[in-house]
Design a protein around this ligand. Structure first.
Ligand code: 0A1
Ligand code: ZN
Length: 889
């Protein structure tokens, strides 16, 4: 039944559907092993389709019971059915009603796609191609229908029955133990947005009045006993709804909006119309169980799914190649929301960190693909950092190029023109071009070309001419399937910083293409000249990370030190320190090619590192700075960042050692300032998850960790006290992680105390699993192996798998890439085992091998053997076989 090597789907093969579906009436009788679904599809031939075409419907693991056409049972000769398709052979070419009865087994659904049971709750996941596991259907996003869903279940088993849209009817079925509810969604939608839920759930509700005065009932449903932990999500939802009205003019459009939190979920959450289904990790929070990062994630993901109501649902995607049309745009919207709710610079820094660690890494390896791919074998494998995060960067660049008003005009036109449609990236861009009279043809390459553009900028001050020139060169590196590339349109936000730290006025010379303070780079090589520059400035380039590029400059380390102290652009002030730290870490890892900053640093000896530490120390002491920002400044580049910078022959042990010693040096050199920060930001009241309080905790905890990284007994004792006296999860868990990484003697007792305290709380136990998986020492593999046998662990729950095995593979570079190959082998075997149960989660875990080619030869060899072992595995899913083939390709 498994088709390990299906033909790739190509964007250029797109054809409109032959048949349309206007209405879908579903009757779902829930039963744990035998749920019966009757689907009545109101269909008609598509005038844009092939005349006379049969009706071909998708299916997946379905048991067909009967088919009827306009109410009359269809004999076997009238159709052809397999578990994966149903063809009505010679349908009359006119509007008709097709009735299909299928049976499915939710309790056997370990893929968590379609209808499944999560801890006793029935729920669905239909994106991308899960609806075909519920009934036969044209499972493609350009078939939009109005859905009415009748759900029936045992009252005891599922007292709560939820569907898309508004509830129109409900009641008991007389003489039985069963009851039902009917939901109607008036907005035409593709089937991937269908959802239903049935279960024993507690709920909280709140009213919301929209901008035009419509009343909406908001509901959040959770496992019994957990309602008290849904309050923050509700608050975030209300703030999201208001923000979308104020910033994008988007108002909610149904009488109810429900969110259901489930324990078993493949991804973060899902934007089903009027009925979002969430991984409970992104709903449930209390000060005792959730960290500041958890709260921030909940806020962002609640907003993200809600924002899909317009960008994704009201306007959906024509086909799955256009996934970034809804995802990149909606990530951009949720990033902007969080920026407005919290600190904009700190949010930008966090987003860029994530972009670099996930997306730049993806773009640099065998899994690189364009923001809009041109071909795929398994669409589930394209919910990637490139589609989401780089997709958001592309939208951000549009805004940078067109300005606030021009961007809003384009968005307004997009909503006006395409509401109710399944749109394409071209149609999206055309709205911005039309609203602004702009030519976006070169800009569109951001959707088509994969790989991170490299931009080299060299600045020259001409004292005699009192001018400053920037020579810019862009290079596109080859990526899989794209050996040759064209130059792109790259907006580089710029400041010229004078000796007093203030920006000089930018006076572009004739012919210099600068929109305000943004250089618009369009050619492979290009120069920009500014006049009236009296003294040599320091250029601050790509401010706010205006373009997702890898930037190199001719800035000397003194210039970067200057920017690290003075740049008025907070992002570049942060970035200047990171660039220096990264160069130092590369050279300290034993690799310092000449003519690079790392080479210069190596040649410069310890003086430069001392200067860097001093600059970081100045930020630490600067009380005008936001503590959350200082915490980011003090956080040195990750092992992954260093590995990417080195690029080839990577030795994770050397990187780990270099990073550890820089942190120790920071802890030693900055001790007085760190102690002061630790004292100054001691808690001054009850825990609150707001950004300012979270920022103070972030700085205090960063100080705790840098001091503990010296290994001094007093610092370890401080961490232990921090752990024992914490009144919230942020502090408790941070201290536990300091102990786990820096205090081997105290570690096990602390881990055990934590486990005993939270043993009944799976989401907290995930943190405990993740932390142990991340310890950078050889015993960790055995510890992780043992934990797979711990009663708290289950291969059936994606959150557990990600916490333990996912973190081992993605967040423990020295142990995953052990030189003896045991880490690779362990993860390979886990992928093979998981693939039989849940291919999507298995494929995602396998993504941890994405940078294998840049390892040094011993580790590279062992990674390749592990990948080949997977490739040779029997009966691989399309998900895993696609990733393994591309990884080895
Ligand atoms: N559209 C969701 C992401 C999502 C994708 C696939 C899923 O199941 C395989 C689930 C969720 C979002 O962007 O939040
Ligand atoms: Zn999304």
């Amino acid at each position: 039944m498994r088709d390990a090597d299906p033909q790739p789907v190509r964007l250029t093969d797109y054809r409109p559907p032959d048949w349309l579906v206007d209405t879908v009436d579903l009757d779902v009788r829930l039963h744990p092993q035998a749920t019966r679904v009757v689907a009545r599809l109101g269909m008609r031939p598509n005038p844009l389709g092939r005349p006379g075409a049969p009706i071909v419907l998708d299916g997946d693991e379905l048991e067909l019971k009967s088919v009827a056409l306009d109410g009359a049972p269809l004999a076997g000769a009238g159709y052809a059915a397999t578990p994966s398709s149903l063809t009505i052979l010679a349908p009359p070419q006119e509007p008709l009603v097709l009735t299909i009865e299928t049976v499915l087994d939710p309790s056997a659904n370990t893929k968590l796609m379609g209808l499944y049971c999560s801890s006793g709750t029935y729920c669905t996941q239909c994106e991308a191609e899960g609806f075909r596991r519920i009934t036969y259907f044209p499972d493609r996003p350009d078939v939009l229908a109005v859905y009415t869903t009748r759900i029936e279940a045992e009252r005891e088993e599922a007292p709560v029955l939820l569907g898309n849209g508004n509830k129109v009817e409900s009641g008991d079925i007389e003489g039985t133990t069963r009851h039902f509810a009917v939901w109607h969604d008036p907005w035409p939608k593709p089937c991937y947005l269908f959802a239903l839920v049935g279960g024993k759930l507690d709920r909280i509700t709140e009213p919301f009045v929209t901008a035009t005065g419509k009343e909406v009932e908001l509901g959040i449903y959770v496992e019994p006993g957990k309602a008290a932990r849904a309050g923050y999500a509700m608050d975030a939802l209300k703030r999201s709804m208001r923000w979308d009205e104020e910033v994008f003019g988007c108002e909610y459009d149904l009488d109810v909006f429900n969110i259901v939190a489930v324990a078993d979920f493949n991804m973060g959450a899902m934007e089903n119309k009027g009925l979002n289904v969430f991984n409970d990790k992104y709903v449930l929070a209390s000060p005792e169980t959730a960290t500041d990062a958890d709260y921030a994630n909940i806020e962002a993901i609640i907003a993200h799914e809600y924002f899909h109501n317009w960008t994704g649902n009201r306007i959906t995607c024509r086909d799955w190649f256009q996934l970034c049309l809804k995802e990149g745009l909606t990530v951009f919207r949720d990033q902007e929301f969080s920026s407005d709710q919290r600190s904009r610079p700190v949010k930008r820094i966090a987003d860029v960190r994530l972009l670099k660690s996930h997306q730049f890494a993806e773009d640099a390896g065998p899994l690189a693909h364009p923001v809009r791919p041109a071909t795929y074998r398994e669409i589930n494998n394209f919910y990637t950092a490139t589609v989401y995060e780089k997709g958001a960067e592309v939208v951000r660049m549009l805004k940078t190029l067109l300005g606030e008003e021009g961007f809003r005009a384009g968005m307004d036109l997009y909503f006006d023109r395409h509401d109710g449609q399944a749109a394409t990236v071209e149609e999206f861009l055309t709205c911005f071009a039309d609203a602004n009279g702009a030519d976006l043809s070169q800009f569109a390459l951001w959707y088509a070309q994969s790989g991170t553009p490299q931009v080299e900028v060299n600045g020259h001050w001409d004292a005699a001419a009192r001018s400053y020139r920037l020579d810019v060169r862009q290079t596109q590196v080859p990526t899989p399937g794209q050996p040759d590339k064209q130059p792109m349109l790259i907006p580089l936000a710029l400041g010229l910083v004078g000796a007093d730290g203030r920006d000089l006025p930018l006076v572009p010379d004739d012919g210099t293409n600068a929109a305000g303070s943004v250089l618009v780079v369009s050619r492979p090589e290009q120069s920009f000249v500014f006049r009236d520059v009296e003294a040599r400035p320091v250029p601050s380039i790509n401010r706010g990370f205006s373009a997702p590029v890898k930037l190199t400059t001719n800035l000397a380390s003194e210039d970067l030190l200057f920017l690290a102290r003075h740049d008025t652009d907070p992002f570049n002030r942060f970035e200047a320190g990171q660039t220096l730290a990264l160069a130092h870490l590369v050279s300290a890892s034993g690799l310092a090619p000449e003519k690079t900053l790392a080479g210069a640093l190596a040649a410069g000896g310890t003086a430069l590192v001392e200067a860097l530490i001093e600059a970081l120390g100045a930020s630490l002491e600067d009380e005008t700075l936001d503590p959350a920002f200082i915490a980011q400044v003090l956080s040195v580049p990750s092992e992954g960042d260093i590995a990417r910078e080195i690029g080839s022959e990577v030795d994770p042990d050397a990187i780990h050692a270099a990073r550890r010693s820089l942190r120790r040096a920071l802890g030693e050199a900055l001790r007085p300032g760190l102690e002061r920060a630790y004292g100054r930001h001691a808690p001054d009241g009850a825990y609150s998850p707001d950004a300012v309080s979270a920022g103070r905790r972030a700085l205090r905890n960063a100080a705790l960790e840098l001091m503990a990284s010296t290994g001094e007994a007093a610092d370890i004792a401080r961490a232990l006290a921090h752990f024992e006296t914490a009144d919230n999860m942020t502090d408790r868990f941070f201290a536990l992680s300091v102990l786990a990484h820096h205090a081997p003697a105290e570690r096990d007792a602390a881990l055990d105390a934590f486990y005993q305290r939270f043993r009944d709380d799976p989401l907290v136990i995930d943190k405990w699993l993740a932390l142990q998986a991340q310890i950078a020492e050889p015993e960790t593999l055995e510890r992780v192996r043992e934990l797979t046998r711990h009663p708290a662990f289950s291969m059936g729950n994606p959150n557990r798998v990600r916490a333990l095995i996912g973190n081992f593979a993605a967040a423990n570079q020295t142990q995953f890439h052990r030189p003896d190959g045991a880490g690779h082998l362990f993860v390979a075997d886990a992928v093979l085992e998981l693939d039989r149960r849940n291919p999507q989660v298995a494929a995602r875990l396998l993504g941890a091998f994405k940078s294998w080619r840049s390892l040094e030869p011993t580790r590279r060899g062992s990674a390749e053997r592990a990948l080949r072992r997977i490739a040779d595995g029997p009966g691989l899913s399309p998900d895993v076989s696609d990733i393994v083939a591309r990884s080895l390709g």
